[in-house]
Design a protein around this ligand. Structure first.
Ligand SMILES: Nc1nc2c(ncn2[C@@H]2O[C@H](COP(=O)(O)OP(=O)(O)OP(=O)(O)O)[C@@H](O)[C@H]2O)c(=O)[nH]1
Ligand SMILES: [Mg+2]
Length: 341
């Protein structure tokens, strides 16, 4: 019987037959598939497979649903509890170091608890942390070890930091975490004391930036450091361009808006009438653009509201106002109450 050998970087089952398929290695003696090898040694990024289905779990388990603060609007969107109602679920909000230092974290947590309760989401806890903060990792470790269930699963959408957490908890030096979505291919697991920790492949979330742009382009748009608010005074009928990707137009009255984006993202103002012309000339006008756009109008109700632009950032606006947004066709854009203050 042949033994199954897994790539230590992404967990894919190693195979030597088909270079186009996941897990290809020149020899089964290798520790890594060729994709991970190229990533580690040459920084070359090849496409990985995107799993869409939830994995199956051992029953003696606690499932940690890991979400980045960049995906907060989607925190309770995967109905994992319906899929396996007998398991315990902990919602883990990761990458809180990306939120501005002034963020009221208690308020954020309150908002999330309210959302979970309104939607009748069963959970044991909702916790917030940063995988790059050793103190938070140690707290998480102690917390996980306090469960009597043997298996601890890390699941969640791509790029939420599951492998980064797994590595920090298990001191696994081989697993690869990286800003490219869809890196982990199959479950990585490691026994710690009486527990087994599982790092699962990321769930596919349609509409995120990796769907529209190649890695080399989108990596510059995904926040990696603490976001700093940038305030823009907007006049009615002005539009704010985020690279050549998203234009936010203010329709009802002059007002200021706040953008939270990667510091290098290029932003400029134009008039609403110019949108069509700029899109037509996008190849000469913008460094970053896509083939197809769509437009949507939003009625901003009273209060502090938030628009989430896929996984690249946020806009805060005090309603009421009317705005319209032009964005890559199919991109995930949501309007919610401001999730952080
Ligand atoms: N600033 C910051 N970056 C983080 C944190 N956790 C993870 N990252 C970064 O986020 C990116 C994605 O991390 P991974 O651990 O590979 O994410 P994943 O959820 O395993 O991704 P898939 O395997 O594709 O599902 C990497 O560039 C990490 O360095 C965090 O707490 N703070
Ligand atoms: Mg991973």
């Amino acid at each position: 019987m042949s033994t199954i050998i897994k790539c230590k970087g992404c967990g894919a089952t190693l195979q030597t037959e088909d270079p186009k398929k996941v897990g290809y290695a020149k020899s089964l003696e290798h520790d890594y598939c060729t994709s991970c090898f190229k990533l580690m040694h040459y920084g070359e990024v090849e496409s990985h497979f995107h799993p869409e289905d939830l994995p199956s779990f051992n029953q003696d388990a606690v499932v940690f649903m890991v979400s980045s603060v960049m995906h907060l609007d989607m925190l309770f969107e995967y109905p994992v509890h319906r899929y396996d109602p007998n398991l315990k679920y902990v919602y883990l909000i990761n990458q809180i170091d990306l939120l501005p230092e002034s963020t009221n974290k208690d308020y954020l947590l309150e908002q999330m608890i309210k959302k979970a309760n309104d939607r009748k989401i069963p959970y044991v806890d909702i916790i917030m942390m940063s995988a790059i903060n050793p103190f938070d990792v140690e707290n998480l470790y102690q917390y996980m070890m306090s469960f009597k269930e043997k298996n601890i699963y890390l699941i969640g959408v791509q790029n939420s930091g599951k492998t980064t957490i797994f590595k920090a908890l298990t001191k696994d030096l081989h697993a690869l975490s990286f800003s490219k979505a869809g890196l982990t291919q199959e479950a990585l697991m490691k026994q710690i004391g009486n527990h087994v920790i599982w790092d699962m492949p990321g769930l596919y979330q349609a509409g995120y930036i990796h769907q529209f742009l190649p890695y080399e382009t989108y990596k510059k748009l995904i926040p990696t450091k603490t976001l700093h608010p940038k305030i823009y005074q907007m006049k009615k009928h002005q539009t704010l361009w985020i690279e050549g990707l998203i234009s936010v137009s203010i329709k009802q009255k002059d007002q200021s808006v706040v953008l939270y984006l990667h510091q290098d993202v290029h932003i400029h103002k134009s008039n609403i009438e110019r949108i069509k012309a700029l899109i037509e000339q996008r190849a000469t006008m913008f460094k970053v653009y896509v083939d197809q756009y769509e437009e949507k109008s939003f009625r901003i109700p009273e209060g502090k509201m938030q628009i989430t632009f896929a996984d690249i950032g946020f806009l805060h606006i005090d309603g009421p106002n009317n705005i319209s947004i032009t964005y890559p066709k199919g991109m995930h854009i949501t309007l919610t109450e401001a999730l952080f203050k």
